[in-house]
Design a protein around this ligand. Structure first.
Ligand code: THU
Length: 160
């Protein structure tokens, strides 16, 4: 028997303004997208903004449905649109912000497992890391230099 330790590195910033201007701008786009979320069932609003290497920014928000599983998270709404609109572009980074109507989210809210899997697909496809920044409505911001940090032991095409 052999023990394997898995390490991930995240960087935590006290405040959005500690980050470079272009990241702040992208997070503001994510906030704008969050305002457009359709979340009447959970009252949990998520926005995502993606910067592509062609300088285009694609945004998305969570879209819920009375048939709950038919809804989609903000991150996947954005990344699938990016993939559909600019199939050849590489994703440089993604900014994510989440807020709840029930209580103010002050700590960074990481993307759900299904979204991590979806983002991982594009990281593998483009063979280049995707920076991920995530936060609540306000407060600390977490940064991962690659999606791989958020999804160790990824399931990808190499096993198919
Ligand atoms: N949600 C996202 O948009 N992204 C995530 O990573 C986690 C959850 C959405 C889905 C649903 O509309 C609401 O947040 C509550 O789960």
């Amino acid at each position: 028997m052999k023990e394997i330790k898995i390490e991930s590195t995240l960087y935590i910033f006290e405040d959005l303004n500690e980050l470079p201007k272009d990241v702040v701008k992208l997070m503001h786009k994510a906030k704008e997208a969050r305002e457009k979320a359709y979340a009447p069932y959970s009252n949990f609003y998520v926005g995502a903004a993606i910067l592509l290497d062609n300088n285009q920014v694609i945004t998305g928000s969570n879209q819920e449905n009375a048939s709950y599983p038919s809804g989609l998270c903000a991150e996947r709404t954005a990344i699938y649109y990016a993939g559909a609109k600019y199939p050849k572009a590489k994703i440089v980074r993604m900014a994510i912000t989440a807020g709840s109507k029930k209580n103010k989210t002050l700590s960074p809210i990481p993307p759900c497992g299904a979204c991590r899997q979806a983002i991982a697909e594009y990281e593998v496809k483009q063979d280049a890391p995707i920076e991920i920044y995530f936060m609540g409505e306000t407060g600390k911001v977490a940064k991962s230099n690659s999606l791989a940090n958020l999804l160790p032991l990824v399931f990808d095409k190499s096993v198919l």
